[in-house]
Design a protein around this ligand. Structure first.
Ligand SMILES: *[C@@H]1O[C@H](CO)[C@@H](O)[C@H](O)[C@H]1NC(C)=O
Ligand SMILES: *[C@@H]1O[C@H](CO)[C@@H](O)[C@H](O)[C@H]1NC(C)=O
Ligand SMILES: *[C@@H]1O[C@H](CO)[C@@H](O)[C@H](O)[C@H]1NC(C)=O
Ligand SMILES: *[C@@H]1O[C@H](CO)[C@@H](O)[C@H](O)[C@H]1NC(C)=O
Ligand SMILES: *[C@@H]1O[C@H](CO)[C@@H](O)[C@H](O)[C@H]1NC(C)=O
Ligand SMILES: *[C@@H]1O[C@H](CO)[C@@H](O)[C@H](O)[C@H]1NC(C)=O
Ligand SMILES: *[C@@H]1O[C@H](CO)[C@@H](O)[C@H](O)[C@H]1NC(C)=O
Length: 555
């Protein structure tokens, strides 16, 4: 009897010891020599990094020998079929001598994950069998409940999606250092109400370093003493590494009870991460600055609607650059539809253009063109990362997120978007432009036509519709703009559908969708257009949407 009791105690002790055993191994990366500056990571630099190949490519982090932490939005369903997890993976193109792969036995996403607000974007994935730790495969420690990450604390985000060239993911695992952006500041930059206490943000105010497609679910880690501690799970960001749009992560420290309730053996090591001093974010207020205190980069905000080469008014012969936001949307070098640059890295078009081919990877966007034939030094060709569609009854529009932001010039500029603020009726100077098939001669020169706006007589809302004298829309014109001049800048009032019309859905009708997908809308050069202050910003959650109904270039 006493012997049995002793055995039970021994088993209990073993269990207890097991329960905290990951603390003795987690967060060590013997081969990590990171200090600052982020590029290709040598093998073993981030030994907890997992690569999840499922419907979408995602990152993840190993937290014990059986479980990987990732984002809930990586798994629209909990179906484990076809999901493979790679550990010790380094080089997508080359050999991976330290790699192991596992299928998956369970996917447990957070029950309160909200696909609209992207709150609780966290998920646990159980491997079909355990992995053995090596210098290249190690679990990371997790930030314990109550951990503090003050603004400016340097973290590292890792993944294969960080390269932004032409939409293809990086071959070699990338790691970039990014400072924490406090939640108050992040709330201001991403849009008030978008950031909950379950989120943590990181990014550089000047942009250029952040997460991209394919990084989702990957870890954000910070070093405390000898240990690497995971602070966040890559969740969403607006575009790729845009200034003033810090990327948003699920805040790992909020999930200690949930994780421990799901993983009962070899429990992950939780480390209390503490920042010293006061957090500058605690006094951050929106409106006083767009980039946080202590930031140095003060790049002038991008303005819309300037067309310096446009001499339409003077009746002169038009040259290149007349409509510098015009984009040619192409498949295999063939013009299919028009579009307009409406943000640093986004093009607006008509949803009907994509019914035949909705997959982003097929599309190329050409900017800075006047003639479609031939080449031109002012032309930029970009891949498309993903395409999002509005979902209203009737007309719909599409926003294409480009693989990178084109360098702006006299030939490439974004146009402003009308949100029902402009009253363009009285003799407004309005135009449509497009590369309609068979127009523009052998050089396929961009054509433009004066459009006369009229009062809509039979519409449900004057704000939601724009009426013109009948407009001829030729094949290839769909997605092109109807645009009007006010003061010294141009504003797009409608996207041309693939039909001859006199009544068009106004851009204002898509306000909520546009604010959701584009974040802050651009403002014109001089006037202090108040259009951006009127509505609370909707949520920017492109990355999440991508897993649901947009078509990624990376899958
Ligand atoms: C997957 O989700 C469904 C519905 O939420 C649930 O009934 C089922 O038990 C889940 N399966 C697993 C393996 O968790
Ligand atoms: C973000 O802003 C909204 C609206 O002002 C507020 O309700 C919410 O608490 C803020 N979130 C954070 C984390 O500050
Ligand atoms: C190329 O650009 C130049 C100005 O840089 C312009 O004069 C010319 O018309 C353009 N040609 C085409 C084919 O767009
Ligand atoms: C573009 O069109 C012009 C005018 O017909 C022609 O001279 C030129 O060869 C064409 N360029 C190409 C690359 O097709
Ligand atoms: C579009 O809206 C309809 C009706 O509101 C809804 O049933 C459908 O699920 C939506 N589609 C997408 C892809 O969100
Ligand atoms: C006005 O709109 C209503 C509802 O869409 C339609 O039934 C009616 O025929 C329209 N009238 C005219 C004159 O177009
Ligand atoms: C618009 O009308 C023109 C001329 O009648 C026709 O050639 C063209 O195909 C029509 N466009 C569409 C999209 O139906």
């Amino acid at each position: 009897m006493a012997g049995l009791k002793a055995l039970w105690v021994a088993v209990l002790l073993l269990l207890l010891q097991e329960a905290s055993s990951q603390l003795n191994v987690c967060g060590r990366a013997p081969l990590n020599s990171k200090i600052v500056g982020g590029v290709d990571a040598a093998p073993g630099t981030w030994p907890w990094q997992a690569r999840l190949e499922a419907v979408v490519l995602c990152g993840g982090s190993l937290i014990n020998n059986m479980w990987v932490l990732t984002a809930a939005h990586c798994f629209p369903t909990n179906d484990t079929k076809g999901v493979t997890v790679f550990l010790g993976h380094q080089d997508q193109g080359g050999s991976n001598p330290n790699e192991v792969s596992r299928t998956v036995s369970r996917i447990l996403c957070h029950p309160d994950y909200n696909s609209v607000t992207i709150d609780n974007d966290i998920c646990l994935v159980q491997l079909s069998s355990s992995v053995t730790f090596t210098d290249y495969i190690m679990p990371v420690c997790l930030a314990a409940e109550g951990s503090t990450f003050n603004s400016g604390i340097i973290n590292w985000v890792t993944g294969w999606g960080t390269a932004s060239l032409e939409g293809s993911p990086a071959d070699i695992l990338q790691g970039v250092d990014v400072p924490i952006v406090g939640n108050r500041e992040c709330n201001c930059s991403n849009g008030l109400g978008t950031i909950t206490n379950n989120m943590i943000c990181a990014g550089v105010p000047a942009g250029g370093k952040s997460v991209c497609r394919g990084d989702c679910g990957g870890p954000l880690v910070s070093r405390q003493g000898p240990l690497w501690v995971q602070s966040g799970v890559v969740s969403f960001s607006r575009g790729c590494a845009l200034p003033n749009f810090p990327a948003v992560y699920a805040r790992v420290s909020k999930y200690q009870p949930w994780i421990l309730s799901k993983i009962t053996t070899n429990q992950p090591g939780f480390v209390d991460f503490r920042s010293v001093g006061t957090d500058s974010d605690s006094t951050f207020n929106c409106g006083t600055q767009t980039s946080g205190p202590g930031t140095t980069a003060t790049t002038a905000p991008l303005k819309c609607g300037s067309a310096l080469m446009n001499t339409r008014d003077s009746g002169q012969v038009q040259s290149a650059g007349v409509w510098p936001w015009m984009a040619s949307l192409q498949i295999n070098g063939v013009h299919m539809c028009g579009g307009t640059l409406v943000a640093a890295d986004a093009v607006l078009s008509d949803a009907s253009c994509f019914t035949m081919q909705p997959s982003a990877s097929y599309w190329r966007v050409e900017l800075g063109r006047r003639n479609l034939n031939g080449t031109n030094s002012s032309t930029v060709t970009l891949a498309v990362r993903f395409i999002v569609f509005s979902n209203l009854t009737g007309d719909n529009i599409a926003v294409l997120t480009l693989s990178s932001s084109p360098r702006l010039s006299d030939y490439i500029q974004p146009i402003c978007l009308d949100m029902g603020m402009g009253s363009f009726l009285n003799n407004a100077d309005c135009w449509m432009a497009g590369w309609g098939l068979g127009q523009g001669g052998a050089q396929q020169t961009l054509q433009d036509f004066n459009a006369m706006l009229v009062v809509c007589s039979n519409v449900s809302s004057q704000r939601d519709y724009i009426c013109t004298e009948a407009l001829t829309v030729r094949q290839g014109d769909a997605g092109s703009p109807l645009m009007c001049k006010s003061d010294n800048y141009w504003t797009q009032v409608a996207v041309l559908p693939n039909a001859n019309r006199s009544v068009f859905s106004a851009t204002a009708r898509f306000e909520s969708f546009l604010r959701t997908t584009l974040g802050n809308l651009l403002s014109p050069p001089t006037t202090n257009h108040a259009s951006d202050a009127r509505f609370p910003m909707a949520l920017s959650h492109l990355l999440l949407l991508s897993s649901l109904y947009l078509f990624s270039a990376l899958i």
